[in-house]
Design a protein around this ligand. Structure first.
Ligand SMILES: [Zn+2]
Length: 282
């Protein structure tokens, strides 16, 4: 097993890493979470070691809080066909993860201008109607949902918070050190952004390249296990790239945090044999 490390800053000198850890610790304590839990976890499928400073229970509670906040602000779609599509694809991907401890929920949010989708810790999934023209069919949607669910099962949000790399985290830690409350709006928003609902909250905060590649790999596996042709993921990213190029500077949420560039598509092609080996069409 590889040593537990802060993957986003592998080359950081030891004092810097210590400082980052203490920032993350202060942030979590300031948000009323505790007691501190420092653990070395292993990502499913990829087997990578990661440092996580919060319990899955705390993570799921924050995920639920963010989800409820977002649903209060957004309009949930009442389109029976599209809602059923999201629920059907979501349930198949969720079953493929084997995570029966997650409280799975899938919502289609009626907003054609938002090209977005996310899964928060604990299994709270939202898809915006604006992404459906690009996902196009059921397998394309499975690629997006598979990728997003992979971020949650791999605990990328908690890992990101644990890394304490958010500017806001540093500010919050400073505020805590100065004796002021750490649970201000900025801190909460930064934490929720770290968990994966960032674009929706107006905070664009991409996952690291390593986490993106890992989510692609896990997502392909989930697709294949769920009976969706994993090659549809490559086609989705090609369409995403075309849509992104067409939109130019006004690139919307999901595309700005998920660049559909040539290297991503090449990486996915290289991962396809692994996924195709377990793929059984339904
Ligand atoms: Zn991603």
């Amino acid at each position: 097993m590889t040593p537990c490390q802060l993957s986003a800053v592998p080359a950081a000198p030891r004092p810097v890493r210590r400082r980052l850890r203490s920032l993350a610790a202060a942030l979590l304590l300031g948000a009323g979470l505790g007691p501190m839990l420092v653990s070395c976890e292993t990502v499913p499928i990829s087997g990578r070691s990661q440092l996580i400073l919060m319990s899955p229970g705390d993570e799921a509670r924050l995920g639920l809080q963010a989800y409820q906040d977002i649903l209060k602000k957004e309009r949930v779609s009442t389109d029976p066909e599209k809602t059923a599509l999201v629920a059907r694809v979501g349930a198949r991907i969720a079953a493929a993860t084997g995570r029966t401890d997650f409280q799975w929920e899938f919502r289609l949010i009626d907003n054609d201008r938002m090209v977005n989708a996310f899964c928060l810790p604990g299994g709270k999934v939202a898809v915006y109607t604006g992404i459906l023209p690009i996902t196009r069919d059921e397998a394309g949607l499975a690629a997006v949902i598979g990728h997003e669910i992979a971020h949650a099962t791999a605990r990328h949000g908690a890992e990101r918070m644990s890394q304490g790399l958010l500017v806001q985290a540093g500010l919050a830690a400073g505020a805590i050190a100065a004796g002021t409350s750490g649970r201000d709006a900025g801190t909460t928003q930064a934490m929720l952004a770290a968990l994966g609902a960032g674009a929706t909250l107006g905070v664009i905060l991409p996952f690291s390249r390593l986490q993106e590649t890992e989510a692609d790999r896990l997502g392909l596996t989930y697709m294949a296990r769920a009976g969706y042709d994993p090659r549809a993921a490559r086609d989705l990213w090609v369409r995403m790239g075309e849509a992104s190029a067409k939109l130019g500077r006004s690139t919307p949420e999901w595309m700005s945090t998920h660049p559909a560039n040539a290297s991503r598509i090449r990486d996915i092609e290289a991962m396809l044999p692994e996924a195709l080996a377990i793929y059984k069409p339904r």
